[in-house]
Design a protein around this ligand. Structure first.
Ligand code: URA
Length: 213
């Protein structure tokens, strides 16, 4: 389905869509949920890193000498929005094992419904890194926008947001506050329900990956 969000990329590859179907299904076990999320995250990471700069190095194959590309440029940092973001870290790190990792913990104040930070730990040199924020569910977008604000306060220049599922409300919110931040997702769902869950979604991502319900 086409959409009107210039910063959003929906990865429509059949492998991503196939795995996403089983991630969504309530019949999928915790173990399979985690595995499928890890595998799908790798494919989203592939999209999110497609513009990493490369440089040529000289190598020798068994047949000839050639100049061949390797990734160059700034180093990476993945930042997980706790707790569900942690389910995406393994997949990202399998693809890019040298990346550093940060964590941001936010909860929603029941009175104001605004995100409140309870944990923040990122590498000291985060400002010199390209940062990819991971959170499986882009629902209201308030946590993602707050995490991006916080990273900009740390002078991070290059940010991307990778999520498994997005609601139009969340994409619109993040895009309005952070029009410079590309968003990569596997699907743009219909809407949020009255409880802030993505419809049709997959339920509570944290509970499903950690088996807490
Ligand atoms: N967080 C979740 O885990 N699921 C949703 O549907 C929305 C936010």
């Amino acid at each position: 389905m086409p959409h009107d969000f210039p910063t959003l990329t929906v990865v429509r590859h059949p492998l991503v869509q196939h795995k996403l179907t089983y991630i969504r299904s309530q019949d999928t076990t915790t173990e399979n949920f985690r595995r499928l999320l890890r595998e799908t995250t790798q494919m989203l990471a592939y999209e999110a890193t497609k513009d990493l700069p490369t440089e040529l190095i000289e190598i020798t194959t068994p047949v000839a000498t050639m100049r061949s590309p390797v990734i160059s440029g700034k180093k990476l940092c993945f930042v997980s929005i706790l707790r569900a973001g942690n389910g995406m870290l393994d997949g990202m790190l399998e693809l890019l094992p040298a990346a550093r990792v940060g964590h941001i913990g936010l909860y929603r104040d029941p009175g104001t419904l605004e995100p409140v930070e309870y944990y923040f730990k990122v590498p000291d040199d985060v400002a010199e890194r390209d940062v990819i924020v991971v959170d499986p569910m882009l629902a209201t977008g308030n946590s993602a926008a707050a995490a991006l604000d916080r990273l900009k306060e740390c002078r991070v220049q290059t940010l991307k947001l990778v999520c498994l599922l997005a609601a139009p409300e969340g994409v619109a919110n993040v895009a309005a506050q952070h029009p410079d931040v590309p968003i990569v997702t596997a699907a743009l769902d219909e809407r949020l329900n009255d409880h802030g869950y993505i419809v049709p979604g997959l339920g509570d991502a944290g509970d499903r990956m950690f088996g807490t319900k």
